[in-house]
Write a protein that binds this ligand. Structure first.
Ligand SMILES: [Fe+2]
Ligand SMILES: [Fe+2]
Length: 146
């Protein structure tokens, strides 16, 4: 599998954490308003942090990659925007005490995760220099642990 300090290893660990919160979020649909809102806020905090870390700690360090690789990164960033807008819609529903529709979000998140895990992160681990990877993984370790 992956070496201990590769980008893939650290980000897969954070995906697993976010996935656990998505399970809690699904279960919260049948709970009361307060519990639903608390779990939603935890989910939103963690997914925003995950995207922020991907964009600011990883993607911003990838300028030297070729055009095809940079396009793959741009597409992932567009996904982030789309996902955040879906999350804002769900937040509106929760605040208005409507039952949130999570299935589409879960589907899009799963596709996004699969793309990053099977293609993008392994590509970055392969294409970035050792120095770039050390600098990125140090930042990831400090930001993902908070
Ligand atoms: Fe992402
Ligand atoms: Fe990710």
């Amino acid at each position: 599998m992956f070496a201990k300090d590769e980008i893939s290893t650290l980000m897969l660990r954070d995906h697993a954490k976010v996935e656990g919160i998505i399970v809690e979020l699904s279960k919260s649909v049948d709970k009361g308003f307060k519990a639903r809102l608390d779990i939603f806020n935890k989910f939103k905090w963690n997914i925003e942090k995950h995207f922020f870390v991907e964009e600011k700690c990883i993607f911003s360090q990838c300028h030297n990659l070729n055009e095809a690789d940079l396009t793959a990164i741009s597409n992932v960033m567009l996904d982030h925007k789309e996902i955040l807008s879906m999350i804002n819609q769900i937040e509106d529903d929760i605040i208005q005490k409507k039952k949130p529709e999570l299935e589409e979000l879960k589907k899009v998140l799963l596709e996004h995760k699969k793309y990053e895990e099977s293609f993008l992160y392994p590509l970055l681990d392969k294409e970035l220099s050792s120095m770039q990877k050390v600098s990125i993984t140090e930042r990831l370790k400090s930001h993902l642990s908070t």
